[in-house]
Design a protein around this ligand. Sequence first.
Ligand SMILES: NC(=O)c1ccc[n+]([C@@H]2O[C@H](COP(=O)([O-])OP(=O)(O)OC[C@H]3O[C@@H](n4cnc5c(N)ncnc54)[C@H](OP(=O)(O)O)[C@@H]3O)[C@@H](O)[C@H]2O)c1
Length: 266
Amino acid sequence: MNKPFSFVSIGAGNVASHLVRGFTEKGCRLLQVYSRTGSSARSLAEKYNSEYTDALSELRKDADFYMIAVPDTAIPGLMKSFPFHDRLVFHTAGSTGLEVFDSSFSDFGILYPLQTFTRDTAMDLSRIPLLIEAGNETSLEKMRKIAGLISENVNTCDTDTRLTIHLAAVFACNFTNHMYALANDVLREKGIDPAILEPLIAESYKKSRTLDPLEAQTGPASRNDEPTMEKHIKLLEGNPLMQKIYTFTSRSIQSKRSPGKKKSGK
Ligand SMILES: NC(=O)c1ccc[n+]([C@@H]2O[C@H](COP(=O)([O-])OP(=O)(O)OC[C@H]3O[C@@H](n4cnc5c(N)ncnc54)[C@H](OP(=O)(O)O)[C@@H]3O)[C@@H](O)[C@H]2O)c1
């Protein structure tokens, strides 16, 4: 698709920053950025020489598409106050469906990028799965062209399937990342540099991609090593929440043990 679209970004956070860069690198023109307070909109707009606003009533009406990348909880309210309903509008959330667009919207959809974005972390968008859905065939066709500008991996996906994928992503990405944060806490509390875990984390990731993660699982829970688990739980005495996380996660690992598996490792 060669047509240089013009667009407005509603939101100027993690996702908006990356997608705006992706679209502008492919020749799209960022006309305006909106944000709640105006300050994040201003800094994103300045990078691309575009306008910015903190008032939905001042949104430019002449863009080809309007990308909504604000926290999920803010989307319904924002859609209720959206000033016009006849231009292509899409949001980028995994767990919010098409129902946020009421029947007065004629051109709408969802473009969910299946990736974890942090505003200032560099990222190649070209292979990120973009899961798209739209209110009608015409909108879907436009969404396909727009998404295809920034990624080679564009798939249509209904709301239920996207929610399931989003749930899996929470386990695979958000929970794993939280476990890294907890591991860092455990070490820092005793004055140990978390960098000591880096080779272990790298190998665990590598193994989980080449083996079935159930087969790759090691550790005390996987070996049913109750004495070691008790020692760990005792070490977490001052932190009942972490004790619960340890116990629940260990129980989950034990429930998935494959009977014939050879136990080894960490
Ligand atoms: N982050 C990810 O990895 C990721 C991945 C895939 C999809 N998504 C989805 O993409 C969307 C945006 O996520 P994000 O991480 O980019 O969010 P974010 O960084 O927290 O977005 C912040 C932006 O939203 C605006 N905002 C915050 N609260 C608002 C409200 N109540 N009303 C209007 N605007 C508000 C902020 O404006 P001010 O700065 O002016 O407050 C800012 O411009 C979400 O639907 C999320 O589920 C995120």
